[in-house]
Design a protein around this ligand. Structure first.
Ligand code: FNR
Length: 188
């Protein structure tokens, strides 16, 4: 099986981004499991608390990322950038620097917004931050979901063209995971 960890940049109950993530499992082939990891209990980053035994919610986050074959992110844009909760989680997960659970991890980045730009500015920041951790943000067309509220019903993404677009992006993520697994085998 392939394990994907999904992270929403919004922790509010009625989050559009979390609704998008909740809609992905049916788009995935059999044998691929997507688990949503909420960020609401992650404390603000503090290097004094970091090290071998970080706060329990942080340890859970890092263990889940370490065990995952790939990441799927969906985030809103706050003031032209990524929300603090997401940056904070990336910062915790990024330690030890250049040797963290994020290193080498393929990641599909998606953003969503009730506006028309779909959160592309936040998306650029997320890509950059993940690159700094040596994760592998997927190189592909942006998944930037504009007018997101109009595409969601009862906490699920229901817009067929958007779902089709995301299905292809997920396939590309799975291809990347398979390619990396093959590359590792060849080097071993
Ligand atoms: C926003 N919003 C927003 N949207 C956007 O497209 N560009 C932006 O710069 C901002 N800035 C911004 C700042 C703050 C503090 C808030 C609270 C909101 C609107 C935002 O996209 C909207 O609230 C989304 O619905 C939030 O995502 P979730 O919670 O629905 O996933």
């Amino acid at each position: 099986t392939v394990q994907l960890v999904a992270i929403s940049g919004s922790i509010r109950r009625a989050s559009n981004c979390t609704a998008v993530l909740r809609s992905l499992q049916p788009l995935l082939p059999a044998g691929v499991i997507l688990q949503i990891l909420p960020l609401d209990d992650i404390p603000p980053y503090n290097a004094d608390l970091d090290g071998d035994a970080p706060p329990e919610p942080v340890a859970r986050l890092k263990n889940a990322i370490a065990a995952a074959d790939g990441l799927v992110l969906c985030s809103p844009e706050y003031n032209y950038g990524m929300p603090g909760v997401l940056k904070n989680a990336i910062d915790w997960a990024s330690r030890p620097g250049f040797a963290s659970p994020l290193k080498g991890k393929p990641a599909l980045i998606m953003t969503a917004s009730p506006g028309t730009a779909g959160g592309v500015r936040a998306q650029a920041q997320i890509r950059d931050a993940l690159a700094a951790t040596l994760a592998r943000p997927l190189v592909r067309q942006h998944v930037a979901i504009a007018n997101v509220a109009s595409r969601i019903q009862d906490g699920r993404l229901v817009d067929a063209p958007t779902l089709d677009f995301i299905r292809v992006a997920l396939e590309e993520l799975l291809d990347e995971i398979a390619m990396l697994a093959g590359a590792h085998r060849q080097r071993a």
